[in-house]
Design a protein around this ligand. Structure first.
Ligand SMILES: C[S@@+](CC[C@H](N)C(=O)[O-])C[C@H]1O[C@@H](n2cnc3c(N)ncnc32)[C@H](O)[C@@H]1O
Length: 420
């Protein structure tokens, strides 16, 4: 077979030839794309996707370093010649370097920016006329879990688009108790009271925030230390999440919502507005039972499927304590999910990980006999793909986009689907 060499641009039409790498481009941001990138156009009409560390506003004039591909360019904003008047100083001294948050300077306009980037995605991926609304985050929503990295010298977050560490001494995006625990973790590692080897550390707290635990994976095992006034103590601790109507327990280091008080309020208000009740709730990717608890007695019975065995044990205890009879199954949803799941009175609720539904799960749901489904997704693009995959049999009736991840471009999508 004859091979064709690519790369020199020789023989390509003029518009497809690669330009100089790292070219400086000046122009105006037209609108925001999914992921928080600014969309602009070069003089010859090619699309440009531009990133900036702390938010971009449509209409801003910028200077960017751009790398050209065959049909479009990508680059980073270096400076602004005209800034949007709504831009505010970042509330964190590390905002420009740390990779944790990317909308610090959006200020009060954050909801507008996140809605406009979500609109861009939904417009391209979902049918015309999709009914959707947006719920902004309250100003006091803070992270109850943070992941830090220790490289043997520094403790901090990863630098934007890199594995280098930005040392941190506190974090205004995290709950106050976690922020204050960061220097205490560093102190204990440096004093050799905690393991020295380079690794990832998670700090977590419950609801209301208070008890702080540090979690490290060592070999195959998860080790947990509880922060007490006199330092860190080994404690195979669980965390409790107490909300207005129920309390849930989970193992420290296991999955729970990042901003639990706000997430529970937001999910609760969405589910309350939808007429969800009936026979069996299939709570798939159910964790420790958050959605089963939220829907409570609106269903006669619950089947929760989750592959983390510790989470399933907690789900059993949590739902028993709430007097919600449930079958909690430790299994991979992809292996467990039968054809023809449920009946007309039942609800299938799916809250998969960020990557969304595996193709065979989406395919098997086409034959389900339940008539109502709720799909939850923390990656908008994966969520839209799953809606498309199920569209031969399931119609998206309503979509609520929740800002569960303040200061970042991420959102949570919650969709109500009906068979049809
Ligand atoms: C986004 S979390 C949702 C958990 C729960 N619904 C909640 O809100 O607390 C996804 C959950 O799915 C579980 N999970 C991931 N892949 C799975 C699979 N293939 N089968 C079963 N559970 C899975 C994870 O352990 C995690 O608890």
């Amino acid at each position: 077979m004859k091979r064709t060499r690519h790369g020199s641009g020789k023989g390509l039409p003029e518009y497809r030839k690669p330009r100089n790498p790292g070219e400086i481009w000046r122009g105006t941001i037209e609108r925001l794309a999914w992921g928080g990138k600014g969309l602009a156009r070069s003089e010859d009409g090619r699309l440009l996707l531009l990133s900036a560390p702390m938010a971009l506003f449509p209409g801003e004039e910028v200077e960017a370093e751009v790398h050209w591909k065959a049909r479009h360019g990508e680059g980073n904003v270096l400076r602004w010649s005209k800034k949007d008047p709504r831009r505010v100083p970042a509330g964190c001294p590390l905002a420009a370097t740390c990779g944790g948050c990317d909308l610090w300077e959006a200020g009060a306009a954050v909801a507008e920016l996140k809605q406009s980037m979500t609109a861009d995605l939904l417009h391209r991926q979902l049918p015309e006329g999709t009914n959707w609304s947006y719920l902004p985050a309250p100003a006091d929503a803070r992270r109850h879990r943070i992941q830090l990295h220790w490289d043997g010298t520094s403790l901090g977050y990863h630098r934007r688009s890199s594995h280098q560490i930005v040392p941190v001494n506190g974090c205004p995006a995290a709950a106050d108790s976690l922020s204050k625990a960061i220097p205490r973790l560093l102190e204990a590692i440096q004093a050799k009271l905690l393991p020295q080897r380079p690794q990832r550390w998670e700090l977590a707290t419950g609801t209301p925030e208070g008890r702080v635990v540090a979690i490290a994976e060592i070999g195959e095992k998860r080790h947990i230390w509880l922060l007490e006034p006199d330092g860190w103590h080994r404690d195979d601790s669980e965390l409790s999440e107490a909300f207005d109507d129920f309390t849930l327990w989970h193992r420290a280091g296991g999955f729970f919502q990042v901003s639990p008080p706000w997430a529970v309020k937001a999910f609760g208000s969405v589910l309350e507005n939808w007429d969800l009740k009936g026979g069996t709730l299939f709570d798939l990717y159910g964790g420790v039972g958050l959605f089963s608890a939220l829907l409570g007695k609106r269903f006669q019975h619950r089947v929760l499927v989750e592959f983390d065995i510790a989470a399933v044990e907690w789900a059993k205890k949590n739902l028993d304590q709430l007097e919600l009879p449930s079958q909690c199954i430790a299994a991979d949803v992809g292996k467990w999910l039968p054809e023809n799941l449920g009946g007309p009175e039942d609800l299938i609720l799916l809250d998969p990980p960020r990557s969304g539904l595996e193709p065979e799960v989406a395919a098997r749901l086409l034959s389900a006999k339940a008539e109502t489904m709720v799909l939850v997704g923390c990656d908008g693009a994966a969520f839209c793909r799953d809606i498309q995959r199920m569209s031969p049999c399931w119609k998206l009736m309503e979509l609520v986009v929740l800002d569960l991840f303040p200061l970042t471009h991420h959102v949570e999508c919650v969709g109500l689907l009906k068979r049809g």
